[in-house]
Design a protein around this ligand. Structure first.
Ligand code: C2E
Ligand code: MG
Ligand code: MG
Length: 484
C-alpha cells in the first residue's frame, strides 16, 4: 500500500511547503481512513464512569477488562472457553524518546484503531498499560482461533505508519492464553498472558506465543531464586563442597574442585546449575564468586597446614563477569598471602567465553593472575565458543574435558565420536604444553580408556562425589600421598 505523504506530527500552521499536507487537511479529505484514527475506536457515554475508559484511545481500560473477565469467568456465565491476547508494542519507549510523546500518543491511537478494525463480535479490546492492549476473546468469537486473532493483530500493526514525517515500521509481541473458565481466575489469566508475552519478547518480538505452563513454572522458580539469593549470602545458606581430582598415572589425590552449594530453608538443596545462571543474570555473581573464592582459599590454607607437603591443588570456578573485574587479582593475591598458599596450588577455572577477547580487561586480568603464579584451566572445553588462536597466547595451563564427552557407556564409547574428540583435545593440549583433566569419570573402564587416550587428571563420581571439607580431610589423613 502506498502511504500518502503526510506528517501527522505537525499542525496546519507548521506547513512550510505548498505540496505538504497536514493531518487535519488529510483527514478532512479522507475521513475514516484507517491510516490515522479520525476518532477514537469507542465513545464512552459521558454518563459512564471515566475511570473505566482510557482517555487517549477511548478504549476500555484495565479495570473494565478485569470486570469483563470476572463476568466471563463467573459460575453464572456460559462456562465456554475464553481467550486473552496481551499485546505490547515493541520498542515503544524508544519511539517516545526519539520522536516525542505526542507522536507516541498518535501511534497508540493508530494501533488502537487498527486492532479494533480487525476484531469481530465477542471481542473486547482494552488499553491495559502505556503501550499495552488486551483482547478478551469470548466463545462467541470462536476462542479456538485466538491464535488467528493474535496473528491478525500482528499483521495490522506491521503495516507501516507515517508519523512525524517518517515511515515507521512498528511491530508488537503478543502473549496468548486460551482456557476453560473453571481453570483460571481473572488474575491468573492475566498473569498467564503476561508470561506468554515475555516468551514472545524473548523469542525475538514481532510474534505471538501461547502460554506454556512448564516454562512459566521454571521462570517463577528463577524469580524466587533471584529474590532469595541476596538473603542466602547474608544468612550463610551458601557453602562449598569439594570434589576430588586424581592423577591418572597413580590415582593419588591431585586436588579438589570447589563447588558452590545452597541450602534453602524451604526449597532444600538448590543446584548451582539453577542459581549460578540467575546470579549472573542479576549481577550477584561477583558476590557469590568472592564467597566461594574466600571459602576455598581459607580451606586450602587449613589443609596446607594440616597436611604439609601434600601440594593439593584448589580449583575454583570463575564466571565471565569475575574475569572482567580488574579488582580480582588484588583479591586473589590478598587471599594467597593471608592463607599462605603457594600460587601454583590455586587453579582458576574459566569458561571458553572468557577466552574470546584477544585484548581488553578480561585478558589483562587473566595475565595478571597468571603473573602471580596462579594456574588457569578452561572448564568444559569444547562446549562453548573457544577462540583457538587465543589458546597460544593466553596464560592457560589445563583444559577440562566435559562430562558430555566421557560419560557414554564404555562399550559404545570406544566406537563413538566422543573418543575422537577426547583424543583430539588431548593432542591439542599436549602440543601446546597444557595438561588435560577429564571430568565425569564414572567407571574404572572409562578411566582406563581415558588414560590410554592420554588424559592427565581424572575427576568424577568413581573417585568421589563433591563432599564436605571433613570428608576430604579424612581422605588426606588416610593416605599419606606422594609428592607430584
Ligand atoms: P563444572 O565446573 O563443570 O563442575 C562439574 C560438575 O559436574 C559438578 O556439578 C559435579 O558435581 C558434576 N560431576 C562431577 N563428576 C561427575 C560424574 O562423574 N557424573 C556426573 N553426572 N556429574 C559429575 P555441580 O556441582 O552441580 O556444578 C555444576 C556447574 O555449576 C559447574 O560445572 C560450574 O559450571 C557451576 N558452578 C559450581 N560452583 C560454582 C562456583 O562457585 N562459581 C561458578 N562460577 N560456577 C560454579
Ligand atoms: Mg568447573
Ligand atoms: Mg566442568
Amino acid at each position: 500500500m502506498n502511504l500518502p505523504e503526510i506528517d501527522i506530527g505537525r499542525s496546519p500552521r507548521d506547513t512550510a511547503n505548498p505540496g505538504d499536507i497536514t493531518l487535519s487537511a488529510y483527514l478532512a479529505e479522507r475521513p475514516g481512513d484507517e491510516f490515522y484514527p479520525s476518532q477514537a475506536p469507542h465513545h464512552p457515554h459521558p454518563s459512564r464512569q471515566h475511570s473505566m475508559y482510557d482517555p487517549l484511545t477511548g478504549l476500555p481500560n484495565r479495570i473494565m477488562l478485569k470486570q469483563a473477565l470476572f463476568a466471563a469467568l463467573s459460575p453464572a456465565a456460559a462456562q465456554r472457553p475464553i481467550g486473552l491476547c496481551h499485546v505490547d508494542v515493541d520498542g515503544f519507549a524508544a519511539i517516545n524518546h526519539i520522536l516525542g510523546h505526542d507522536v507516541g500518543d498518535q501511534l497508540l491511537q493508530t494501533i488502537a484503531r487498527r486492532i479494533s478494525h480487525r476484531l469481530g463480535d465477542g471481542c473486547l479490546l482494552a488499553r491495559t498499560g502505556s503501550d499495552e492492549f488486551s483482547v478478551l476473546v469470548t466463545a462467541s468469537a470462536r476462542t479456538a482461533d485466538v491464535g488467528d486473532t493474535a496473528e491478525a493483530i500482528l499483521q495490522a500493526i506491521r503495516q507501516p505508519v507515517r508519523l512525524a514525517g517518517r515511515r515507521l515500521h512498528v511491530t508488537a509481541s503478543i502473549g496468548v492464553v486460551a482456557c476453560s473458565p473453571h481453570l483460571y481466575s481473572a488474575a491468573e489469566l492475566m498473569s498467564a498472558a503476561e508470561s506468554a508475552l515475555a516468551q514472545a519478547k524473548a523469542a525475538g518480538r514481532d510474534r505471538y506465543r501461547r502460554f506454556d505452563p512448564d516454562l512459566h513454572a521454571r521462570q517463577q522458580a528463577r524469580h524466587e531464586i533471584a529474590w532469595a539469593l541476596p538473603q542466602a549470602l547474608a544468612r550463610g545458606e551458601l557453602f562449598v563442597e569439594y570434589q576430588p581430582m586424581v592423577r591418572a598415572d597413580d590415582g593419588e589425590l591431585h586436588g579438589v574442585e570447589a563447588l558452590a552449594r545452597w541450602r534453602h530453608p524451604r526449597l532444600g538443596l538448590v543446584a548451582p546449575a539453577q542459581f549460578i545462571p540467575v546470579a549472573e543474570e542479576h549481577g550477584m555473581i561477583g558476590e557469590v564468586g568472592r564467597f566461594v573464592l574466600r571459602t576455598a582459599c581459607a580451606q586450602a590454607g587449613v589443609w596446607h597446614t594440616r597436611h604439609p607437603g601434600r601440594r593439593l591443588v584448589m580449583s575454583v570456578n570463575l564466571a565471565p563477569a569475575q574475569t572482567d573485574d580488574p579488582a580480582l587479582p588484588v583479591l586473589v593475591a590478598g587471599l594467597l598471602a593471608q592463607h599462605g598458599i603457594d600460587p601454583a596450588m590455586l587453579q582458576l577455572e574459566i569458561t571458553e567465553s572468557s577466552m574470546m577477547p584477544t585484548a581488553g580487561p578480561a585478558l589483562d586480568t587473566l595475565r595478571t593472575l597468571a603473573g602471580l603464579g596462579v594456574r588457569i584451566a578452561i572448564d568444559d572445553f569444547g562446549t562453548g565458543y573457544a577462540n583457538l588462536t587465543n589458546l597460544r597466547s593466553m596464560p592457560v595451563h589445563h583444559l577440562k574435558i566435559p562430562r558430555q564427552f566421557v560419560t557414554a557407556p564404555v562399550d559404545e564409547f570406544a566406537e563413538q565420536v566422543d573418543c575422537v574428540l577426547v583424543e583430539t583435545v588431548v593432542r591439542l593440549a599436549h602440543s601446546l604444553g597444557l595438561g588435560v583433566i577429564a571430568e565425569g569419570v564414572e567407571s574404572q573402564a572409562q578411566a582406563q580408556l581415558l588414560r590410554r587416550l592420554g588424559c592427565d587428571v581424572f575427576q568424577g563420581y568413581v573417585y568421589g562425589r563433591p563432599q564436605s571439607p571433613d570428608a576430604i580431610d579424612a581422605r588426606l589423613s588416610a593416605s599419606p600421598g606422594r609428592a607430584p
